[in-house]
Design a protein around this ligand. Structure first.
Ligand code: ATP
Ligand code: MG
Length: 750
């Protein structure tokens, strides 16, 4: 290939990036700070391998961290090399593991119909199990049990691999772990950690399969490598084998999943674990203004034990970072709305805006304010579409149609909507299942034949008949009609229709959205490509295309894997709300980071532990470096959360930013909210939360106020306090109205 042809691969790169892209036949570690073009380099590397080095797309495996990042990567590779990109295996660790298991379910001992158990289902299964084992939740909290099991799996250990010694706590945990494994095996369920563990065992137990994939994937590229856990790393190492080449891209300063088992050491050790590693450092940041970059650099400099990098920008200094000191969370939300409106008035686009927060709980107030202000938005990664209860209800029916042994699905819907199967009956079924080591479905069937009272019997039989007849009726339908049928016949539709509240309507809308999703569903591209690009010379038929024969199975798997992420681009013109964790790898012209308060960010749990604080600081670094042109940070001196009022201190991270880069904005007019002045600090979240004084709504009966639209009026009554305080006002010209004080923007007249 001549140099003209390849210029498009190398032209838009700086020297260091070019060096990375063109590394010869060695392992490579690209270590660089945020916005330095790591992801860009990885994409260009793929183009280089295929178009210049002549590798087949089939030889390339590219792993990213989120589905969104993976879709983006696919789009960018396609744009760069077009048709040649077809056949590249791309996805998240979980997605790739899933596809491997679908293909090789027999080799890893799974039933063909195995289903993914998501975090919420896992919780249910564990809770049931604890109950069945007669373990007290107070002593054996399900969260701890889940953390134990997932943690062990992430280290590659099954229950039989753990030597509990004489520690009674570990002995019991291992017993629970074992019971959980048995339960999942019986039901054909695979949790997220299990996906990876089985995929790893696939390598270890099937040398022939491993050899096949080792020969296939000559180049393995991994983005966001700093967040791999032990099992993912081990999986990669085995797959790479003696002949594959790893191209690792990462930033130790952006390791933010330590709490979920990510090992920052993986990136630190990489050049010791592998021979002949070429390390390339990228130091020029192309994303952010000078001010934003300087702030990020100074913040992260407070962490110790970094691999150490310099990051500079040739761009302009840009605007100062605005720091808004809100009176409370409503004021914070209102400020956000104003800023967004200004941005849009000045010609900016809503989709260029991201609101980042440490905890999902912060989104609700913002959402509420956006609804009032008619600012379109979408919550990304929050209570995600597929995590919503009503959606999970429908999915559970679908799962049961596919696989009767799915106990988690059975548990969810056997009496939902209510059909007279009481707790006692359910317990009897559970006991029957446990004693005979059978699924709940089987147990229920047996119990109908004998062992239940007449009434219970007819309810249980009703449920069994429902599932059987649904199965029969939906057998030949397309996916969309299958889903519709399930929604109506199960009784869920009628059940939700009874609820006339806003929430109830929302549920029905969500269900409609699920039907939409089913109607537009296509099996994942990757499976298709993996199969279509199988070269002739591979003798063994490793790829099993029966996975195509069941769109429902594929649909359910995608739903579990991509919970919520697929609606990412649905409303083009909307502000994006997301947690700091899910913002990783993304960039936006305007970024808001809200709730920078001690106890929120850094989180309460991290405040006692230096290594956790360091991880929180990396998270703040990730947040700041998402911004391209403008960053706005806010914190509130009073915040209502979980039904309590808190008076937090501002986050230590604010104090760690270079003060000359900040533009502090204090409240201009707080008197309608707080007649005691604007700023009070009482402590932190989780600690002392003093009761606000009774007159804090600030309105006295008889006082005179002015409203933008309704004009002058007199306060007749005040009801409630805090964000929900309402005032009744008799307006001179507009009559008597109830207004929510927090949103009414009332001016007090003397
Ligand atoms: P993160 O650590 O946040 O994942 P990253 O290192 O992966 O960041 P990229 O997302 O690849 O960085 O790049 C950041 C921005 O800089 C992107 O908009 C990218 O297009 C741009 N960019 C990177 N390299 C160059 C370059 N050589 N010339 C122009 N723009 C560049
Ligand atoms: Mg990146």
């Amino acid at each position: 290939m001549n140099s003209m042809d390849i210029s498009y691969i190398l032209d838009d790169l700086n020297d260091a990036q070019r060096e990375a892209v063109t590394v010869d036949d060695r392992h490579a570690l690209i270590l660089a700070g945020a916005g330095s073009g790591k992801t860009r380099v990885l994409i260009h590397r793929i183009a280089w391998l295929v178009q210049v080095m002549g590798f087949s797309a089939y030889n390339i495996l590219a792993v990213t961290f989120t589905n969104k990042a993976s879709n983006e990567m696919r789009g960018r590779v396609d744009a760069l090399i077009g048709h040649d990109a077809q056949g590249i295996t791309m996805g998240t660790f979980h997605g790739i593991a899933y596809r491997l298991l679908r293909t090789h379910y027999q080799e890893v001992g799974l039933p063909q119909t195995f289903q993914i158990l998501d975090a919420d289902d896992q919780k249910r299964v564990i809770k049931r199990l604890l109950k069945a084992m007669e373990l007290d939740e107070a002593q054996w909290p399900h969260k701890q049990v889940i953390a134990f099991i997932n943690g062990e799996k992430e280290e590659g250990r099954r229950s039989q691999h753990i030597d509990p010694g004489h520690n009674p706590y570990v002995v019991k945990m291992v017993q629970i772990y074992q019971a959980y494994e048995e339960q999942c095996n019986r039901s054909g369920l695979v949790d997220f950690a299990e996906l990876l563990l089985r995929a790893h065992e696939l390598w270890l137990k099937n040398p022939q399969v491993l050899a096949h994939y080792q020969a296939r994937y000559r180049h393995i590229l991994v983005d966001e490598f700093q967040d791999t856990n032990s099992l993912q790393y081990a999986w990669l190492r085995v797959l790479t084998g003696a002949s594959g080449k790893l191209f690792i891209v990462g930033d130790d300063d952006q390791s933010i999943y330590g709490w979920r088992g990510a090992k920052i050491e993986n990136i630190r050790q990489f050049d010791r674990d592998f021979n002949d590693v070429k390390t390339v450092l990228l130091e020029q940041n192309y994303r952010s203004t000078g001010i934003i970059l300087k702030s990020a650099n100074e913040l992260i400099a407070h962490n110790e034990d970094r691999m150490g990098k310099n990051l500079w920008s040739a761009g302009e200094d840009g605007e100062l970072i605005d720091v808004y000191e809100a009176f409370n969370e409503l004021d914070e939300a209102r400020y956000l709305c104003n800023q967004i409106e200004t941005w849009v008035e000045q010609g900016g686009s809503r989709k260029d805006i991201a609101i980042l927060y440490r905890s999902n709980a912060l989104s609700r107030v913002i959402e509420h304010a956006f609804l009032q202000a008619k600012i379109t938005y979408r919550v990304y990664g929050g209570l995600r579409f597929y995590d919503r209860a009503e959606i999970k209800d429908v999915l559970a029916y679908l799962r049961l149609l596919l696989n009767r042994e799915d106990d988690a699905a059975f548990e969810r819907v056997y009496n939902h909507p209510p059909r007279g199967i009481g707790n006692k009956t359910a317990d009897m079924i559970r006991v029957e299942a446990k004693i005979n080591q059978i699924s709940l479905w089987q147990a229920a069937q047996q119990m109908v034949d004998s062992g239940l009272t007449a009434r219970a019997k007819s309810s249980v039989a009703g449920f069994i008949d429902l599932i059987l007849s649904l199965d029969e009726q939906t057998n030949n339908l397309d996916l969309q009609n299958q889903v519709m049928k399930v929604i109506t016949q199960s009784g869920l539709q009628t059940h939700f229709e009874k609820d006339k509240t806003e929430q109830g309507l929302g549920r029905l809308e969500n269900i409609d959205e699920l039907i939409n999703a089913a109607s537009t569903f296509k099996p994942t591209e990757l499976v298709a490509e993996t199969i279509s690009d199988q070269p002739e010379e591979v003798g063994v038929d490793f790829i099993d295309d029966t996975i195509f024969q069941n769109p429902l199975a594929e649909f359910l798997a995608q739903v579990a894997l991509e919970a919520g992420e697929q609606q990412a681009d649905k409303w083009e013109e909307s502000v994006q709300l997301m947690t700091l964790h899910s913002a990783k790898g993304l960039e936006f012209p305007l970024v808001f980071m809200i709730g920078l308060e001690e106890g929120l960010f850094p989180s309460q749990q991290s405040r006692e532990d230096a290594s956790k604080i360091a991880e929180e600081r990396r998270l703040a670094y990730v947040g700041i470096t998402r911004a391209r042109t403008k960053l706005i940070i806010s914190h509130a001196s009073r915040r209502r959360m979980h039904g309590k009022e808190f008076y937090p201190q501002s986050s230590r991270f604010l104090k760690e930013l270079p003060q000359d880069c900040l533009n502090i904005i204090r409240l201009a007019n707080t008197n309608s909210f707080n007649k005691h002045g604007s700023y009070r600090n009482y402590g932190n979240y989780g600690g002392f939360a003093p009761k606000p004084d009774a007159s804090q709504s600030g309105y006295e009966i008889g006082s005179r106020v002015f409203h933008q639209k309704f004009g002058e009026g007199t306060v007749l009554a005040v009801e409630g306090d805090g964000e929900s305080a309402r005032v009744q006002i008799n307006f001179k010209h507009a009559g008597t109205k109830w207004l929510v004080a927090a949103f009414a923007n009332l001016e007090k007249l003397l």
